[in-house]
Design a binder for this molecule. Structure first.
Ligand SMILES: Cc1ncc(COP(=O)(O)O)c(C=O)c1O
Length: 374
């Protein structure tokens, strides 16, 4: 089914930050497979762990325990400072779980989300997503959802009613064009959620897994959400989603309240554990801060050389650049020069490279971008 505006490129393999097509042409991937390739394509340590696990078992069911699932749940509890995980297979499912959990825990239907927010394509996640292009053809959506301006904590205060269960928010909006809120936004949001007695759900599907220089982006704000969702780069490209919650909230789910056949399978959990271990061994999360600073410095230089760039912004290895010409056209021209970069809005290009990217690769990407814009 033709739901994607596909580029005519037949990708066959990947190594590090480069994807290779069927003819062996190599492309520096600044889009990082949309943020899923967190420790590089064909990362040897992650792949070895995956192969070893495949030799043991790929999937059993959640009627039994497996060691990788237990270990990953323990690791994520440590990384998030929350307690319990529910595993699924994608970001949308992780948010779906979060929405159901918030309703079950509070007994209330209302979910507040932010304008510009993207939370996935399944009905609950889609109802939290604001872009009319994604929602209009599929109405009626799930009742009980409303949207307020992003980066405006007072709008949240005004929107809460006695029927509100939770506020779901991206710490940095990804699909909207890498919109970084002001430094005190999440802290103010946390305070309002506490004051009003509603849950805070942080959608870290894109910002999580070390991308912004902390394992979870909300950690920059020194707050703790009640529920966190993650997916994308968690297992370096092996499909996985997770919803992590504080114990008293997680325990509102009873037997049979939720489920997923493949969720938390030993293969995906092993890949996630190996990805996290690789990040920790190589200090990749901390290094994302410096690498991000290099990207922003180079974007500033590029902007001074090109009138086509109107704005840029980012945090860690998540950057967006607004241009005054068609972003798709620029992205297509970049491919011809060996660079993959993602168009996330009509006039915005987005970068979500692997955390293993080197300074030389960043400079190489910037050079290509400069040439194309010229
Ligand atoms: C913030 C955010 N939430 C949820 C999703 C949906 O994730 P998935 O495509 O894995 O369902 C995405 C995907 O881009 C996302 O960026």
């Amino acid at each position: 089914m033709q739901t994607y505006n596909r580029i005519s490129l037949l990708i066959e393999r990947g190594i590090g930050c480069r994807a290779l097509d069927i003819d062996g042409n190599s492309y520096l991937d600044l889009a990082g497979a949309l943020g899923t390739c967190s420790v590089g394509y064909c990362n040897e340590e992650v792949n070895s762990a995956i192969i070893e696990q495949i030799r043991k078992i790929i999937t059993t069911t959640n009627l039994y325990y497996t060691e990788p699932q237990i270990k990953l749940s323990q690791k994520l509890a440590l990384l998030s400072s929350l307690d319990k995980s529910f595993f699924s297979n994608s970001g949308a499912e992780a948010n779906e779980t979060a929405i159901k959990l918030a309703r079950k825990h509070t007994g209330k239907p209302g979910i507040i989300a932010a304008d510009g927010g993207f939370h996935g394509r399944t009905f609950g996640a889609l109802s939290a997503t604001s872009k009319a292009k994604y929602t209009e053809p599929f109405k009626p959506l799930v009742p009980g959802f409303m949207h307020i301006p992003y980066n405006d904590s007072e709008a949240l205060r005004k929107a809460v009613t006695e029927d509100t269960a939770a506020f779901i928010v991206e710490p940095i909006q990804g699909e909207a064009g890498v919109i970084v809120p002001h430094n005190s936004y999440l802290k103010a949001v946390r305070e309002i959620c506490d004051e009003k007695g509603i849950l805070l759900i942080a959608d870290e599907v894109q910002t999580g897994n070390g991308r912004t220089g902390k394992y979870f982006c909300y950690q920059h704000s020194k707050i703790k959400p009640d529920i966190v969702t993650s997916a994308k780069g968690l297992a370096n490209g092996v499909p996985i989603g997770v919803t992590i919650a504080a114990e008293e909230i997680a325990d509102s789910f009873g037997k049979g309240d939720h489920g997923s056949t493949f969720g938390g399978n030993p293969l995906a959990c092993t890949a996630a554990l190996a990805t996290i271990a690789y990040m920790e061994k190589n200090g990749l999360v901390e290094k994302a801060n410096n690498k991000g600073a290099i990207i922003l410095k180079n974007l500033a230089e590029l902007k001074s050389k090109s009138d086509l760039i109107s704005q840029f912004r980012g945090k860690g290895l998540m950057a967006g650049m607004d241009i005054i010409v068609d972003a798709e056209n620029v992205a297509e021209k970049c491919i011809k020069k060996g660079l993959l970069i993602n168009k996330c809005t009509e006039k915005t290009l987005r970068m979500l490279p692997s955390l293993t990217i080197t300074e030389a690769e960043i400079l190489e990407g910037m050079d290509i971008l400069h040439g194309v814009l010229k």
